[in-house]
Design a protein around this ligand. Structure first.
Ligand SMILES: C[S@@+](CC[C@H](N)C(=O)[O-])C[C@H]1O[C@@H](n2cnc3c(N)ncnc32)[C@H](O)[C@@H]1O
Length: 308
């Protein structure tokens, strides 16, 4: 089992690590980005992961880079405090590779996959309520809203009804049990994707508060970047990418800022501190997608903090 880093060349290009730089890898995972950054320049990397397994797996790797790679267990949404506790107050680069790793996805015991049976867990950080807790206890309307908002699932109400009917018979405790309930009420569409895909995505996002993490992480990263520093984010689905795109466009002063008090935008906005390095999202090349199907939906966006 391993994790193949996605769009690694593009990430390196945009982070542009140089000697003496202090960088943050907010999603350490299998350490693919951290390893490449450490190799590219004589820089220091702080690496965060909320999954204790990822931190444990990286310990030997960190020991081989004493003083250059520091592993921190926690959420990137808390990066400001995690780094402040170690007296780090400015960064030359931040990279976030959103979502789950292959280690997590491919381990049935973590409960992320609808292809192999396992406990209905989905917690990246191994703490807090599980997907089974949500599925067995949320009121039907809230369950439907979750599937609709976080999975963009048009048949959310029908699925929520089927889940509530099933759990009245017996608790839903495994991934395949849930997948079968969904497949029984969602007809396969022409795209060939499994009918359970969107619902599993929705539950995973809710269990891990993934969108809240992205909002907090982007704001903290922008605040921590030193002039000339770069923020590079790789997203894997439209909900993630939309947040990243809006945040970066806004930071770079590109998004219109409609205001009730200033409908024509007559008041000048403060000069943007940031510049977009990617006008449109970068996408992986054909060869990468062929070699690593997980890369297919990746979109990379990057932002530069201007030197005043
Ligand atoms: C796609 S993988 C990263 C892979 C890594 N770039 C590599 O090359 O090996 C995402 C990792 O980020 C972690 N993660 C996701 N959301 C997080 C968050 N809010 N805070 C900290 N870690 C998070 C997951 O636990 C997972 O290990």
């Amino acid at each position: 089992m391993s994790h193949v880093p996605v769009m690694l060349a593009e990430v390196l290009h945009h982070v542009a690590p140089r000697a003496g730089a202090v960088l943050l890898d907010g999603t350490f995972g299998g350490g693919g980005y951290s390893a490449a950054l450490l190799e590219a320049a004589a820089c220091t990397v702080w690496a965060i992961d909320r999954d204790p397994d990822a931190i444990a797996r990286g310990a030997a790797f960190a020991a081989r880079h004493p003083g250059r790679l520091h592993l921190l267990h926690g959420r990137f949404g808390d990066m400001f405090d995690l780094l402040a506790e170690r007296n780090v107050h400015a960064l030359d680069g931040v990279v976030l590779d959103l979502g789950v790793s292959s280690f997590q996805l491919d381990d049935p015991a973590r409960g992320f996959s609808f292809r192999t049976d396992g406990p209905l867990d989905m917690r990246m950080g191994r703490s807090g309520p599980t997907a089974a807790d949500l599925v067995n206890h949320l009121p039907e309307a809230e369950l439907a809203d979750t599937l609709y908002h976080f999975g963009e699932e048009r048949l959310s109400r029908r699925i929520a009804r089927a889940i509530v009917a099933a759990r009245a018979q017996a608790p839903i405790t495994t991934t395949l049990q849930l997948a079968e309930i969904i497949r029984a009420v969602v007809p396969p569409d022409r795209s060939g994707i499994d009918p359970a895909t969107r619902s599993f995505q929705a539950l995973r996002i809710r269990v891990n508060d993934e969108l809240g993490e992205i909002e907090r992480g982007l704001a903290a990263a922008a605040a921590l970047l030193a002039p000339g520093g770069r923020l590079v984010v790789v997203a894997f689905h439209s909900l993630e990418d939309r947040l990243v795109k809006r945040f970066m466009q806004d930071a770079a002063g590109r998004a219109p800022a409609p205001s009730r008090h200033d409908p024509g935008g007559l008041q000048r906005r403060a000069a943007p501190q940031f510049k977009l390095l990617t006008r449109r999202a970068d996408r992986p090349g054909e060869a990468e997608i062929e070699a690593n199907p997980r890369a297919r939906s990746a979109r990379l966006r990057a932002l530069l903090k201007e030197v005043a």
